[in-house]
Write a protein that binds this ligand. Structure first.
Ligand code: AMP
Ligand code: ZN
Length: 114
């Protein structure tokens, strides 16, 4: 499989990983468009929201809440999904952009793969 996000999930491509469990990985976007720009990514490979099983869809949003709690961003973040090339999707592995411009937030990455 040539999917770059699957490679990150396997720890076989460089990434700054903020959070990871059995189902979800959260890592830094390489071209950040905000002070904090994370990609909340199900480990299950699919490209569209309609293909993500319900239990994993729930886990994505549970993870969004975990991130929010940890970074104390309760009132200042944006979640973006590009679902399909016409909507701006480039990487064909479903992921949600988690963005915030809150100043003075220290994002501590758990694992950095170089
Ligand atoms: P999109 O598919 O439009 O939602 O955007 C894909 C996002 O993935 C872009 O914001 C890219 O900067 C980001 N990206 C692409 N390759 C990598 C990578 N190897 N590591 C981290 N982020 C990436
Ligand atoms: Zn993939």
């Amino acid at each position: 499989m040539s999917c770059i996000f699957c490679k990150i999930i396997e720890h076989k491509a460089p990434a700054k990983i903020f959070y990871e469990d059995a189902n979800i990985i959260v890592f830094a976007d390489i071209y950040p468009r905000a002070k904090i720009h994370l990609l909340v990514t199900p480990k299950f490979h699919c490209s569209r929201i309609m293909d993500l099983p319900d239990n994993l869809t729930l886990k994505v949003f549970e993870t969004v809440r975990k991130i929010t709690k940890e970074l104390k961003l309760h009132d200042n973040f944006k979640l973006v999904l590009h679902n399909g090339a016409l909507a701006g999707q480039i990487v064909e592995h479903l992921h949600f952009h988690y963005l915030s411009n809150q100043p003075n937030v220290n994002v501590k990455y758990k694992t950095v793969i170089t």
